[in-house]
Design a protein around this ligand. Structure first.
Ligand code: 0RA
Length: 645
């Protein structure tokens, strides 16, 4: 004890000197926060939580932590408490300050302490908890360790004093970090419960057995959920396919914990037509796949192809392709890589080339072994694969028979498209308009130089219920694909995009919502980068026109109407018209309310959470009628207009 308080004194003396270099490091974070956490909007705000939780997850990965509790606090603080070993409370030999302070103030201090090389905190997030400290008005660390409770407080990254012992511990160990983001840096400071819940659910699937409890302690919103999945990624696949019909009872779950790169795969076939992959590297979602996904696909094609070869000749009614093999497959691939290289603009794709061959051989061998031991599973899968191949070949023959030249191959622009005159895609917009009559008004009301109009007759095919070949056979979809210019699926080329804004313009009614959903489903399944890169928008036509005397004003939702009506003094002098559809507006009205860039409202469609988006689309547009009916009744408006889809 005596020795330790000597240390403490030394620490206090050294403290004023060392905090200067600390400040220089953390000041850089405050000057350019976006360089460290991506942005200072709502994403950056949530990023702070990922950083702090990643440290506790690393403690769980090292085998010392089984429960992480995250609370959203009144005043928009966050508290993350784990039952790990606790940050060491001794004095750092070189820095002469407490280890807590080193961890909290040195950029990238986290990695120095142990040899566990699959740290999440070294992965995509990976800027370290010190950045969170720098960007918080207040941050309090409390450590339970060695029978003591030790605490240290910081303000904007600067220690308010050295660590202090505040009492004996109750015998448990762990770390708690409570922080309040700096509202002079963040443009948004209100945490979204669902965003946090989604990531913690995902983490619980990936770290089977780890318990994560999320509690909202804000006054209006009190709620709490605990996520814990002993079945790991197998339960993940079950969750994703909740609204689909599986072809066999249990997902195939293969675990290879001891290879050069620890690997876990869960896969399940359903009676639908989509392929659906979720891939992770060191518990970080690689939304754009990468070499681990390539290795998985190669192995899958090879192994299933091999079992197909062994089938009796009479049963092989068609030539199968890799696409046939992946039709109706949902899979989660999670790998640990010590030196991951992330590629692409958003760093969401694994680049390490050695991983493709590793996954191909390690997973391939394990899958082959699984099918040898479970012949019933490979039989069901091969039936499905051959059905897909037969349907595809039949569709192909039908197309050739009709001698209709595939418009997709000819690539000509559809006759219904009223194109714009500019050839610079960056300034060009295309409105997809519901119905020929609204299409006519839009054509007259547009700015011809940069606005193109594509009228849609009625509803497009629900792609969630149809195979790719049927999708491509419909004229409305061919028109859409040709007008956009990029091609679809694996042939998609963003460089060929003809319009940087693609704007869906439908009536503000149930049919309009349905058409929006059908189009978004199509973009989500076949032209996903258009959504990811922010090219898809929803137009927001007004609901009402209000006339007070000679003055006119457009109102865009019920709230606005109620508010404006309450403010009107002379109620007798007011006329209010409700627009039943776009077709009721004159070309001028359509231009000034919905199309003119200086006056209109647009909603940009983004995908925050691909698991949720997949679930929503498969539920809304899939086979299972009952949950869809319920969902549409209660949420359709909200999903389409408020949520980021
Ligand atoms: C440094 C060394 C050790 C653990 C930690 C840091 C640690 C950091 C955080 C942050 C949140 N929760 C945490 N839990 C632990 C290893 C300690 C030892 O060897 O006993």
């Amino acid at each position: 004890m005596a020795e330790e308080s000597e240390e403490m004194k030394k620490a206090e003396e050294a403290y004023s000197g060392s905090s200067i270099t600390v400040l220089e490091g953390l000041e850089a974070v405050r000057v350019r926060p976006a360089m460290y956490i991506g942005s200072t909007d709502i994403r950056g705000l949530h990023h702070l939580v990922w950083e702090v939780v990643d440290n506790s997850v690393d403690e769980a990965l090292a085998g010392f932590c089984s429960h992480i509790e995250i609370s959203i606090l009144p005043g928009n603080g966050i508290r993350v408490t784990d039952n790990g070993r606790g940050i060491p409370t001794d004095i750092h030999p070189k820095e002469h300050i407490g280890t807590i302070e080193v961890v909290m103030t040195k950029l990238h201090a986290g990695g120095k302490f142990d040899s566990n090389s699959y740290k999440v905190s070294a992965g995509l997030h990976g800027v370290g908890v010190s950045c969170v400290n720098a960007l918080s008005n207040k941050l309090i660390v409390t450590v339970r360790r060695d029978g003591k409770v030790v605490k240290q407080e910081f303000a904007r990254g600067v220690p308010c004093g050295p660590q202090v012992e505040v009492g004996p511990s109750d015998g448990t160990t762990g770390t708690s970090v409570e922080f309040y983001p700096d509202d002079s840096i963040f443009t948004e400071t209100v945490y979204v419960y669902d965003t946090l819940a989604t990531r913690f659910r995902e983490l619980a699937f990936l770290m089977s057995g780890l318990r994560l409890t999320l509690t909202d302690e804000r006054d209006e919103e009190k709620r709490s959920e605990t996520f814990c999945y002993p079945g790991g990624v197998s339960e993940f696949v079950r969750y994703v396919d909740e609204h689909r019909t599986p072809l066999f009872n249990e997902p195939i779950h293969l675990v290879l914990p001891d290879g050069q790169y620890p690997l876990e795969v869960a896969m399940w076939y359903n009676d639908g037509y989509q392929e659906n992959f979720f891939s992770f590297v060191n518990n970080v979602n690689t939304y754009d796949g990468g070499t681990h996904v390539t290795g998985f696909k190669t192995a899958l094609t090879r192994v299933i192809g091999k079992f197909a070869q062994d089938m009796p000749k009479g049963k092989k009614e068609a030539q199968i392709t890799a696409d046939d093999i992946r039709e109706g497959l949902t899979a989660v691939i999670a790998i640990k890589v010590s030196q991951p290289q992330f590629e692409g603009q958003t760093k969401r794709k694994l680049g390490n080339s050695e991983i493709a061959s590793y996954v191909n051989s390690a997973f391939g061998a394990k899958l082959e072994e699984f099918f040898q031991e479970n012949p019933a599973a490979i039989k069901v899968i091969l039936d499905k694969v051959y059905n897909a191949a037969v349907a595809r070949e039949a569709a192909h023959r039908a197309r050739n028979l009709a001698r209709r030249k595939n418009i997709l191959e000819s690539g000509g622009l559809p006759g219904k498209l009223a194109d714009c005159s500019s050839r610079d895609p960056k300034e060009c917009e295309m409105f997809i308009v519901e119905g020929d009559s609204a299409g006519g008004s839009a054509k007259m009301g547009r700015s011809r130089e940069f606005q193109a109009i594509l009228p849609l007759r009625g509803k497009i095919l629900n792609v969630e219920k149809a195979s790719l070949h049927r999708v491509l056979d419909t004229e409305e979809i061919q028109n859409l694909v040709n007008a956009i210019g990029t091609g679809i699926g694996t042939e998609f080329k963003i460089e060929k995009l003809r319009y940087h804004k693609i704007i869906i313009m439908t009536d503000a009614d149930v049919d309009g919502s349905h058409i929006q959903t059908l189009l978004l489903t199509f973009f989500f399944r076949y032209m996903r980068p258009l959504i990811d890169e922010g090219h898809i928008f929803l137009a927001m036509p007004p609901l009402y026109k209000l006339k007070v005397g000679q003055k006119e004003r457009y109102l865009f939702d019920e709230n606005e109407k109620d508010k404006v009506m309450a403010e009107v003094e002379d109620k007798k002098n007011v006329t209010i018209t409700r627009f039943k559809g776009l077709g009721e507006m004159s070309p001028e009205q359509l231009n000034e309310t919905t199309m003119d860039p200086s006056r209109r409202f647009l909603k940009q469609c983004t995908i925050e959470d691909s698991v949720l988006a997949d679930q929503i689309f498969s539920m809304l547009m899939g086979e299972d009628v009952e949950p869809r009916r319920k969902f549409i009744e209660s949420n359709a408006y909200k999903v389409l207009n408020d949520l980021d889809i």
